[in-house]
Design a protein around this ligand. Sequence first.
Ligand SMILES: *Cc1c(COP(=O)(O)O)cnc(C)c1O
Length: 389
Amino acid sequence: MKDRKLLMIPGPIEFSPSVLAAMSLPTTSHVAPDFIETFGRALDGLCDVFLAKKSMPFVVAGSGTLAMDMAAANVVEPGDGALVINTGYFSDRFAAILRRYGATVTEVKAPSLGDAPSIEAVRSAIESSKCKLITITHVDTSTGVRAPVADYANAARKQGALVVVDGVCSIGGEELRQDEWGIDIALTASQKAIGVPPGLALLAASERALEKHKSRKTPVQNYYCDWAEWRPIMEAYRARKPGYFGTPPVNLVGSLAVSIGEILNEGMDKRVQRHRHLSNAFKAGISALGLKQLPQHRDLQAATLTAAYYPGGSENGLLKEILSEGVIVAGGLHPEIKTKYFRIGHMGAVTRSDILATLGAIERSLIRTGHKATPGSASAAAEKVFAGS
Ligand SMILES: *Cc1c(COP(=O)(O)O)cnc(C)c1O
């Protein structure tokens, strides 16, 4: 496998062989009995992954941005106040989507890049903005910052605001407890920690969110996203009956059912622990190479990816060297510092060997591009973390 590359970006990721095999099965009718069972199982399983027994799951063809769009389209009416807790690029995107549907958006921003707003700042912004809804980016993929979702959600619930969580880079890799934390809409996409090729928008809506949709005074301003159309379909498949509004991506749904089976088989707590452990090892290796990470404190570091500044302030051919070592990593995304840092995704089916291979590739590439590093120092630091388990 001379030409094999290891895909270590924050989505799409490396997928398990059985998930990929499911993609290549012959496409059946979307109302075939086998498919009805598969889709029903995927929807039931999604609630277990989101720890959202009481929520209504939605699985539609689209990317994570469509899931964000669906959330906003259904619960926002023109003039509604919305508060965006802004931790980076994808929070900016949520603000833009909310504005498109007529919300009056207030933002509470992190004091600086790589940080997250304090609970006090969020609480006071919720009180003064009198918002009906808040959005939280659980892990902002542009900074690698993980926000304290449970605390923010708690503050919002005290004011009676709906809580929407963009969990695209977190769900399936970070702890997220939708019911317990009082999250009204949690959403993600297939290609990140859920471990399925790109193409599915995944969302779960609480009773309160569905109520807000039902009691709208104005129609949903997006035909494709309207829960009024999709809810009966999801309910039908969960009752193991056929339904049709738009043709589901049959192969992707089959793949989703397999991946969710694997996730639940591992167990949510164990899976979160594994991600944290692999991330700790990877980050120890990155620190041993003298690279500084974007998140300002350890508590803010996501377990699903690592964002680190280039040494010397610029890329200097590093990514190409890493690629020549057989590993694909991602460049920067946050517009303010796009050329100054890079990102490595480590989620889903990622293993210890992948972590070590990636650290080795980065270390050798740094040395080749003129940086000082002791060969083996990154993997030694990672191995120390592994040995401690
Ligand atoms: C990737 C990502 C998105 C966008 O998902 P797409 O599938 O690219 O549309 C949104 N939010 C976060 C946090 C992400 O990581």
